[in-house]
Design a protein around this ligand. Structure first.
Ligand SMILES: [Zn+2]
Length: 125
C-alpha cells in the first residue's frame, strides 16, 4: 500500500453492495485499490478466488501496483463476520478486507485487517 488507508469511498460501498445484491445467492468477490488513503476502486476478479486460483493471488500480490489494498466479498446471509476460510485468505493476502451481508446497504459491511481484527474506516462522500 502506498499510504495508510483511513477511509473508503461511498461509491465503492454502493457499487460493492449492488454487485453483492446481483450475485445473490452466490458470493460476490472483488479486490480494491486505494488512492490517497481512501479505498475507491473495485477490481473485478475472474472466477473464484478461493481454492483454484492461488496463482491469481500471487499475481495480485506482485509489487508492481502499490495501490492494491485488499479484497471485498459478500455473504448471502445476515452475518458479516469472517469464516475460517476468510481468515486464512485475509492472512495470506494482507491488506484490508470487506465483508458485506444482507440487506447489502451502507450499514451492512465491516472491514477487517489481515489478522481478522475489525478496522474502522471513514466513509468518504
Ligand atoms: Zn466470507
Amino acid at each position: 500500500m502506498s499510504k495508510k488507508v483511513y477511509g473508503v469511498s461511498v461509491d465503492f460501498i454502493d457499487g460493492f453492495n449492488e454487485s453483492a445484491r446481483s450475485a445473490y445467492p452466490d458470493e460476490f468477490i472483488c479486490f480494491h485499490r486505494e488512492y490517497d488513503g481512501v479505498i475507491s476502486e473495485i477490481i473485478l476478479v475472474p472466477g473464484s478466488v478461493y481454492g483454484e486460483s492461488h496463482s491469481f493471488i500471487n499475481d495480485w500480490m506482485s509489487p508492481i501496483d502499490f495501490h492494491k489494498s485488499g479484497s471485498a466479498h459478500s455473504h448471502p446471509g445476515y452475518r458479516n463476520d469472517p469464516s475460517d476460510a476468510d481468515l486464512d485468505f485475509f492472512n495470506q493476502m494482507g491488506g484490508i478486507h470487506f465483508i458485506t451481508c444482507q440487506p447489502y446497504d451502507r450499514s451492512s459491511w465491516k472491514a477487517y485487517d489481515s489478522s481478522g481484527r475489525k478496522v474502522d474506516l471513514e466513509l468518504v462522500f
